[in-house]
Design a protein around this ligand. Structure first.
Ligand SMILES: Nc1nc2c(c(=O)[nH]1)N[C@H]1C(S)=C(S)[C@@H](COP(=O)(O)OP(=O)(O)OC[C@H]3O[C@@H](n4cnc5c(=O)[nH]c(N)nc54)[C@H](O)[C@@H]3O)O[C@H]1N2
Ligand SMILES: Nc1nc2c(c(=O)[nH]1)N[C@H]1C(S)=C(S)[C@@H](COP(=O)(O)OP(=O)(O)OC[C@H]3O[C@@H](n4cnc5c(=O)[nH]c(N)nc54)[C@H](O)[C@@H]3O)O[C@H]1N2
Ligand SMILES: [Mo]
Length: 759
């Protein structure tokens, strides 16, 4: 028996024969995530990496570009050999090419524990060696992270200090949700989560008479009653413009709010009304793009102005081409309503994207492993990894800067899975063929680990002591080890400590501490920064948790509304920028000085839809976190015919002769995968939904263009940035065609380890 925690919830586990046998959700959790069901059997799962392994070709031929990554056998080596080989290779790359030649961005969620957080560990280690090329922003919020600080002075306060559920329950009349309020996503919070209040909050909201309008291609993006509108995917900005047009032309826009708290509304209004381009962005204009009814949009705009309304934009809307526009336009629409900063009115970003929006923030910072300083200045926006590897030395635009891609010789990954998170996997595979060496730490033989030259078996959270920490969760939880490390797996910390010793930087990396000593050290250093009492480390470890004070009753931007001088925003003007001079000056073709509609390539209204007539929504999976524990029971139960399920509207299924349970080939000119059919009238016609996270499983591992037999949508998505401003991930959408797969479907082997030879 033991209690621990994942990004998707806290639980008590029984342990048998070195593995988790069963889990019981944490008693205080009203709505536990179904992904907890993936934990039993995860420690000794067949997909674990059992010992250090080196790709045969790399061992025989030495470092260098290779097309064999992902196709070669591995050779088992001892920890001593591994440490010597890898330390030697790190030294070679640093001496010959400089630290800039190491890409250590290492994006990924890894585990919830704050000390054994793999990304923090790898960054700290590489900093001890003199630094690395790093990455900025996230796949979650690539566009938001750049646009929102420019126009509202922050991005993370939008969700970490958002209007709280209790305030919404009490004051909001109307929630207008672009991208729905998907409760499946609120299961998760970075750093761990012990409570899931969103479902209950919506229940109470409705009981008070609150209403929800959901703009989404999927009916079940809102659980329970709502007014469901399904626009053509990717046209939300056009819809918002249509609503804004009604406010502007029917004297419903709050001119006082726009004058006092915003800049640039007049410039935007010229666009909205079509003063210069002759095209009013009217409800009729919006209807032509979105397929919605113009009169219904007009009626909704009036209803929004007459009620206490929150306009909320899910994060998915900014994970598309021109993704900067939707949150910016949502903010602009809310500003026109003039309710920003009033209880239960205004703007939201990410309700239903993650657990944290709507939850009270902590009144204190959290313990955190110091990562040291990185003297290397070169970086990429995180989703430009293939661009970087394929185009060293080339210049590119980012957020007003003109940067150059470095020439990467060694890629170091710990705690992430690019075959889960990155777009256009065929292109990614070619990109990963370019560096001399690819190093991956992971507990499991994920597709990324299979593409490594050096694969290092990490422990999971269940095999080590750690503690949690999340900005919007009141409990700091101890995560005592539940069982012994499996096979030869090692904590990432111990792997780095051994490498640091070999490379002469042990003291800098470990500061002389074991991991348990680090836990105490982090806790006690943190404790000294607090202005309230917390138990001693022993007491914390014994009782298993500390409850931290939170800031209750927040309304987003209430302080700014109350006093815009004292609480000026972090923008240049200190105000909400509906027009932004800097962005205007950058002169980008794909992001202008004010929010506007851009026509994407992959949308149903464009020419490409003649060849690929279905719009794929590649959203977050309900039964797991990303690709984590895809082999677990909850995830496996969600599969259809052993493949990732694809949902399709009955009319589209019928037109293709498909029925439930069929295996289909989903394809476009970027790639193809198999998937298992679910027919569902809750999906908009001409939309199909295939979530991310099925482990990439190429029919022929040597062919980068091979069919993925398991259903990873990132073989279909375009590896193109949101715009020149943010170059964020745009993987949420792709146009595809679907056909029945008539041959015998190849078996799914993604969770079987690669061939490992012993010498
Ligand atoms: N098409 C499309 N693509 C997307 C998205 C989308 O909507 N559509 N969403 C994007 C988003 S928002 C995100 S955040 C990304 C997520 O992408 P990732 O964060 O890369 O996905 P995960 O599957 O969580 O990868 C975490 C990895 O860490 C490993 N791990 C767990 N614990 C440890 C540990 O202690 N040590 C080490 N070394 N490893 C550990 C796990 O086994 C797993 O392989 O995907 C993005 N990709
Ligand atoms: N269970 C579970 N929860 C998760 C995660 C997970 O892997 N599993 N991942 C977590 C992470 S890292 C992140 S960043 C968040 C991501 O949070 P989001 O990005 O918000 O999540 P998604 O599920 O991709 O998208 C939410 C919904 O938006 C809708 N949508 C997609 N495109 C459009 C569009 O063009 N217009 C409209 N109106 N709606 C659209 C889809 O129907 C989809 O179900 O989720 C987090 N929560
Ligand atoms: Mo994310």
């Amino acid at each position: 028996m033991g209690t621990s925690l994942t990004h998707w919830g806290a639980f008590t586990a029984t342990v048998e024969s070195g593995d988790i046998a069963s889990v019981t959700p944490f008693a205080g959790d009203a709505d536990p995530s179904p992904a907890l069901g993936n934990l039993p059997g995860s420690v000794r799962h067949v997909s674990r990496i059992t010992g250090p392994a080196v790709r045969r070709g790399w061992l025989d031929d030495g470092p260098g570009p290779s097309t064999r990554r992902g196709a070669d056998d591995f050779v088992a080596v001892s920890w001593e050999q591994l440490t010597e080989l890898l330390a030697g290779e790190l030294r070679r790359v640093v001496d010959r090419h400089g630290n800039e030649a190491i890409y250590g961005g290492s994006y990924g969620w890894s585990s919830a524990g704050r000390f054994h957080h793999a990304q923090s560990q790898v960054h700290r280690f590489l900093n001890c060696l003199g630094g690395y090329t790093f990455s900025r922003h996230s796949y979650s919020l690539g566009a938001t992270g750049v646009i929102m600080p420019r126009v509202v002075g922050t991005h993370d306060d939008l969700f970490k200090r958002s209007t709280q559920w209790d305030v919404i329950v009490e004051h909001t009349d109307l929630l207008v949700c672009f991208g729905g309020l998907a409760l499946k996503n609120t299961g998760v919070n970075h750093g761990g989560t012990t409570a899931h209040p969103a479902r209950d909050a919506l229940h109470r909201f409705r009981a008070r008479g609150g209403q929800i309008v959901s703009f989404s291609p999927l009916r079940d993006d809102v659980d329970g009653p709502c007014d469901w509108r399904a626009p053509v995917p990717g046209t939300d900005v056009a819809v918002m413009l249509g609503l804004a047009h009604v406010l502007a032309t029917e004297s419903l826009a709050d001119r006082d709010f726009l004058a006092r708290y915003c800049t640039g509304y007049e410039r935007f209004e010229r666009y909205l009304l079509g003063t210069d381009d002759g095209v009013p962005k009217s409800p009729q204009w919006a209807a032509e793009r979105s397929g919605l009814d113009a009169d219904e949009l007009t009626a909704l705009a009036r209803r929004m102005a007459a009620n206490r309304t929150i306009v909320t934009v899910s994060w998915s809307l900014q994970r598309t081409r021109f993704g900067e526009q939707a949150p910016w336009m949502g903010l602009t629409l809310a500003a026109m309503l003039g309710q920003i900063g009033l209880p239960g009115g205004g703007f939201g970003h990410g309700y239903g994207s993650m657990n944290e929006p709507g939850l009270p923030p902590l009144r204190c910072a959290l313990p955190r492993l110091p990562q040291g300083l990185n003297p290397v200045g070169s970086f990429i926006p995180v989703a430009a990894i293939s661009d970087m590897l394929l185009h060293p030395g080339e210049a590119f635009d980012y957020n007003g800067l003109r940067l150059t891609y470095p020439d990467i010789k060694l890629v170091y990954w710990a705690g992430g899975n690019p075959f889960h998170h990155h777009q256009n996997i065929p292109r990614l595979r070619r990109a990963l063929g370019r560096p001399d060496t690819v190093v991956v730490h992971d507990p499991y033989w994920t597709p990324m680990a299979r593409h490594a030259d050096i694969a290092i078996p990490s422990t999971t959270f269940a095999e080590r002591d750690d503690f949690s920490g999340s900005r919007n969760d009141p409990l700091l939880m101890a995560m005592p080890r539940l069982t012994e490390p499996y096979a030869q797996s090692r904590d990432d910390y111990d792997t780095f400590a051994a490498l640091a010793r070999e490379l002469g930087v042990e003291e800098a990396f470990t500061e002389g501490r074991t991991s348990h000593e680090w836990l105490r050290h982090l806790y006690e250093t943190w404790w000294q920064t607090l202005d309230f009492d917390v138990p001693t480390f022993e007491e914390f470890w014994r009782t298993g948790s500390v409850r931290l004070p939170v800031e209750d009753g927040l309304t987003l931007l209430a302080d700014f509304r109350a006093d815009p001088q004292t609480h000026r925003l972090g923008t240049r003007s200190g105000l909400i920028e509906i027009f932004n001079d800097d962005i205007d000056r950058f002169g980008y073709a794909d992001c202008a000085g004010h929010p506007r509609w851009f026509e994407p390539t992959d949308w149903l209204g464009g020419a490409r839809a003649q060849r690929y007539p279905l719009h794929l929504v590649a959203n977050q999976p309900a039964a797991r976190l990303h690709s984590q524990l895809d082999g677990g029971a909850a995830s496996q139960k969600s599969k259809v015919a052993g493949r990732e399920p694809i949902r399709i509207h009955p009319a589209d299924a019928q037109a293709r002769g498909l029925s439930a349970g069929d295996v289909v080939r989903v394809f476009n000119d970027r790639g193809a995968c198999l998937a298992g059919v679910i027919v569902d009238a809750g999906v908009r016609p001409r939309v199909v939904q295939l979530s991310t996270g099925a482990w990439y499983d190429p029919a022929d591992p040597a062919d980068p263009d091979a069919l993925c037999v398991h259903g990873n949508p990132n073989v279909l998505t375009d590896d193109v940035g949101t715009s020149s401003l943010a170059r964020g991930c745009s993987g949420a959408h792709a146009l595809v065609e679907v056909e029945k797969y008539t041959a015998t479907p190849p078996p799914v082997r993604a969770h079987q380890p690669p061939r490992i030879v012993r010498r």
